[in-house]
Design a protein around this ligand. Sequence first.
Ligand code: GLC
Length: 585
Amino acid sequence: MQLGSGPFGNMTICRPSLQSCKCHPSERVSGITAEDVNGTWFVDNANKLNTINGVVNGPNVLEFQDVQQSKQEKDGLTSNGANGTVVRDEFRKISVDSIEDEAWNLLRDSVVYYCGSPIGTIAATDPTSSNVLNYDQVFIRDFIPAGIAFLLKGEYDIVRNFILHTLQLQSWEKTMDCHSPGQGLMPASFKVRTVPLDGDGSATEEVLDPDFGEAAIGRVAPVDSGLWWIILLRAYGKCSGDLSVQERVDVQTGIKMILKLCLADGFDMFPTLLVTDGSCMIDRRMGIHGHPLEIQALFYSALLCAREMLAPEDGSADLIRALNNRLLALSFHIREYYWIDMKKLNEIYRYKTEEYSYDAVNKFNIYPDQISPWLVEWMPSKGGYLIGNLQPAHMDFRFFSLGNLWSIVSSLATMNQSHAILDLIEAKWDDLVADMPFKICYPALEGMEWQIITGSDPKNTPWSYHNAGSWPTLLWQLTVACIKMNRPEIAAKAVDVAEKHISRDKWPEYYDTKRARFIGKQAHLYQTWSIAGYLVAKLLLADPSKARMLITEEDSELVNAFSCMVSANPRRKRGRKTSTQTYIV
Ligand code: GLC
């Protein structure tokens, strides 16, 4: 539930370090009182009615109120307070004169408050939906574009609060069937709950209640949350100039905890992170368990961002060494083994199999028959991309957008590969963009494959949702990638496509069908990251230099070490001797 607690009343005592704060009596939270006239709107998701509480929200109060009011009128909703109509009539009616203004108003409308301070944004504020599920929570990954939009607007507080509060959730003890997740795991989402205060019948306190996957559909642990958190932390510092947050001892510890969890030794032979299905934006079973590209791109990006922010101190020398080694091994692995284009495809087509040796060309024992007919047709002569996943005897040839785009942004892909990915996007525009940017992956799993891989998931039917549905939020990552490669016109074209109907469609979460012609079957409307993704794309296209806070450039030491490795082996002879060489950057 989205809450806007009043910080100014006598009863509010904030105790953020305990992740709880005492609030106003409960009737003030759901009702309207005289002094609330200048208050901030919030959505009471329990009954889908608009109410006001006692928080004055600075200069944005009017905008906030106006859009809520117009939304209320549009949707035919009524206020739940006795004075609601009176209050509503007091508000100025403004017409939303541009999509961008509307988006800003909606974004502000989605802000969640904790102890009276903005702390995040709710996943969706869809007044027409009776099926809220967990869309009334603040999702870490969903907040990233919202946070970036606020940073670009110079509104830093909400991002700072988000970073610090989610940090405190990191160390919460949570268990599922007597098992706790690894220390350092960040939640997928959290909720601000209002609970009665012990010993006082009329007062309430707010608590932050995180979900690490123990309540999530499918019980999926969010591997991406901590990685995004690090990326946002760096962006906050770069954009606001306030480095004091990343320098704080608790924040430094938080970074290290995430890194330790990711860099811990396991059974794996690969430098890529081994994760279960559904551990990222695609948080349902979609056959991406193993080493999905999206996680690897975020991992690489987070490692680079963390290296930039970690304070040099004796105690972290080992961690930095492990981090540098991993960066190098990871980029080598992805660039070499995940990359495909016409040339590479033809190599795979002619692979020999069952090579038992240190210098095998076909290291992962890929059977050429895995090259699906769709791919033979689909691969453009100019362009290429990073495949979705690599496992023993398995290449997932699907094109996953976020992984490819973030590989460009983070410099996990080489310059040539990055240009080739954008070439492919241009060549395959009708498949990847068509009527609404941007396909989450391509192509869809169909028939028997869909049955086996998704477990006959009715939400992930072909060309819907995660199974090749189109997600407007991906506009922002596309924009950052295009700006990095100095090809912003591609992103601008996609924004034009979105602008044609995204506002009229009420900012859906996703679109269905091959050409993204329908609003998704079960798509939530007024989905915050669709709104924020559009805003970030617009703001960055207006001032591309701002994209720097998200981009990480390849550093020259890494390039040198990398070229050393390439000349020492890759698909040339790979003997045991070369593996004794270490590459500590
Ligand atoms: C869906 C998406 C996930 C997102 C969540 C909230 O579960 O798959 O990526 O974070 O909705 O919007």
